[in-house]
Design a protein around this ligand. Structure first.
Ligand code: PNS
Length: 162
C-alpha cells in the first residue's frame, strides 16, 4: 500500500492543486491531502472550510482523502505511514523554497521522500494568492478554481459568480 501526503495551505484549492492531486492519485494507492495549521499566514478560509472545499473538489478521486494537521509535517507523515510528500512545482521561482523545505524534511526524516509534480502548463501561473485578489476585486475566477471555490469566494467577498 503506497500512500502519499500532499500538504499545503490550500487557501483556497485551485485548479493547479487539483491537477497535482489527480496526478498523485494515479501514482499512489492512496493520497492524503492535508491542510496545515499555519499561524504565520493570515488565511481567508478557516481550516474546516478549506478541508470542505478540498473534499468537494476531489470527491471524484476515490483514493484521495482530505484532512488537516498541526505540528511538523514529518511527524504527521510518519503517523500516516506515508512514503512520500507531494509538492507541485509551477516554475523555477518555486524551486528554492521547495528545495530548502525538502532538505529540511529529509534531515528530520530520511525515510520520507519528496516528490515534485508539475501541473499542466495552463495552470502554471495560478496561485491561491492571486485568485483571492482577482476575486476580491470582482474579477472572474471560474477558469482558475473549482466551482465550489468560486461560489465560496463570491460569498466571502460579496461579489457575484461570473
Ligand atoms: O501551501 P504552502 O503554504 O506552500 O504549504 C507549506 C507547508 C504547509 C507544506 C509547510 O509550511 C509545512 O510543511 N508546514 C508544517 C510545519 C513543518 O513541518 N515545518 C517544517 C518544514 S520546512
Amino acid at each position: 500500500m503506497l500512500r502519499a501526503l500532499y500538504p499545503g495551505s490550500f487557501d483556497p484549492i485551485t485548479n493547479g492543486h487539483l491537477d497535482v492531486v489527480a496526478r498523485a492519485a494515479r501514482l499512489f494507492d492512496e493520497v492524503i491531502v492535508a491542510v496545515a495549521h499555519n499561524d504565520s499566514k493570515q488565511a481567508l478560509f478557516s481550516i474546516e472550510e478549506r478541508v470542505e472545499l478540498l473534499r468537494e473538489s476531489t470527491a471524484h478521486l476515490k483514493n484521495v482523502q482530505v484532512t488537516s494537521f498541526e505540528g511538523l509535517l514529518v511527524d504527521f507523515a510518519r503517523a500516516q505511514q506515508a512514503r512520500a510528500v507531494i509538492r507541485g512545482l509551477r516554475a523555477v521561482s518555486d524551486f528554492e523554497f521547495e528545495f530548502q523545505m525538502a532538505l529540511m524534511n529529509r534531515s528530520l526524516e530520511p525515510e520520507l521522500e519528496a516528490l515534485f509534480l508539475m501541473p499542466c502548463e495552463e495552470y502554471s501561473y495560478i496561485s491561491s494568492r492571486m485568485v483571492k485578489e482577482v476575486a476580491r476585486l470582482g474579477g472572474a475566477v471560474s477558469r482558475f478554481v473549482p466551482e465550489c471555490v468560486e461560489a465560496a469566494l463570491s460569498a466571502r467577498f460579496g461579489t457575484k459568480s461570473h
